[in-house]
Design a protein around this ligand. Structure first.
Ligand code: AKB
Length: 318
């Protein structure tokens, strides 16, 4: 059976690494990368690449039909901080493209869908510590509202039409290959670049503002493991909590300082502090552990090692 994969948003932070991981696993030709722009990473051109506007239903359909796509990884989104600047654009982009793909799955043009949700579905009224899988969800950002609505649509299409849709509520994702853009958790990537380049960093979140985060290798493995899990193991059809590692700017700075003595971090919070303050500090992911056997590899110091080692090479500092 043809199991060709389509990645929407392949040039983004997650899309770049997911495309490379899936091509390594299944071969370049089996994974069609797509984005609204041509890739900066030439590695993405080692297999099929389509310039595709995922908010166009007809363009999406024609790419899925042309390549006989089986599984779509839908990674197109405007993140929390940019979303607050452009609320209507964020809503349109985040919702339209998801609904188009869900419709293609309902019509059986594609057979399976992975769609990412986020810790942003939680809000100021959610319990902050060890946030449960099912709890109060009153997000206060446009991004969070769009992710919560998306979760409801995913579960609706599963219940109503049997669409095989799978989802993870990603924590902040930390990676070195490709940078994030427009998120509230982005400080935890910037800090590694600045530590190596300048030996100091000014955080836009306050010193003790803890958030759940995860190293990209764990996030990619979780994404593929959930998408490929036997169907009977996937019991949550809105989105699974993933805990990751919880830390604040002070704690990540201390982890970096162990490797770069003298590294200095100070904090000048901006508008993103309010967004972060509305999100959980730590997450309970026991449902993911029990249902499909999730277990994380990287702790904070392990992630710091990996980030600094890889960035030194990337930035030509080694
Ligand atoms: C953001 O900061 O907006 C994202 C997220 C937590 O989903 N990284």
């Amino acid at each position: 059976m043809n199991k060709t994969i389509l990645i929407l948003g392949a040039c983004g932070q997650i899309g770049t690494e997911l495309t490379l991981a899936l091509r390594q696993k299944y071969g370049n030709d089996q994974v069609v990368a797509s984005d609204i722009r041509q890739p900066e990473h030439s590695e993405l051109l080692n297999g099929p690449f389509e310039v595709l506007d995922a908010s166009s239903a007809s363009a999406l359909r024609s790419v899925c039909e042309k390549h006989e796509i089986h599984t779509v990884y839908h990674l197109v989104a405007m993140l929390s901080a940019t979303g607050e600047k452009f609320p209507m654009k964020a809503w349109d982009l985040n919702m339209q493209s998801l609904l188009h793909v869900l419709e293609l799955a309902r019509e059986k043009v594609i057979q399976k869908l992975f769609w990412p949700s986020s810790i942003a579905v939680f809000g100021p009224t959610t319990p902050k510590q060890n946030t449960p899988q099912q709890t109060v969800m009153e997000p206060s950002t446009v991004y969070g509202i769009s992710k919560l609505a998306g979760e409801r649509w995913c579960e609706y299409y599963f219940n109503k039409y049997g669409v095989d849709v799978r989802s993870i509520r990603y924590p902040g994702l930390i990676s070195w290959k490709s940078q994030p853009g427009g998120g509230t958790t982005d400080y935890a990537v910037e800090i590694y670049y600045k530590a190596l380049e300048e030996g100091r960093y000014t955080s836009f979140l306050s010193a003790h503002r803890a958030l759940p985060m995860m190293y990209m290798d764990d996030a990619i493995r979780a994404t593929i493991e959930l998408t490929e899990a036997p169907i009977e193991q996937v019991k949550v059809r809105n989105s699974y909590n993933l805990a990751g590692i919880s830390f604040d700017p002070t704690t990540i700075a201390a982890s970096i300082e162990k490797k770069i003595p003298g590294f200095e971090c100070n904090c000048v919070p901006d508008f993103r502090e309010e967004i972060a303050a509305s999100w959980p500090e730590s997450i309970d992911d026991s449902a993911a552990q029990e249902d499909w056997g999730w277990s994380m590899d990287y702790d904070l110091d392990g992630m710091t090692d990996a980030m600094l080692r890889n960035l030194r090479v990337k930035l030509g500092l080694s």
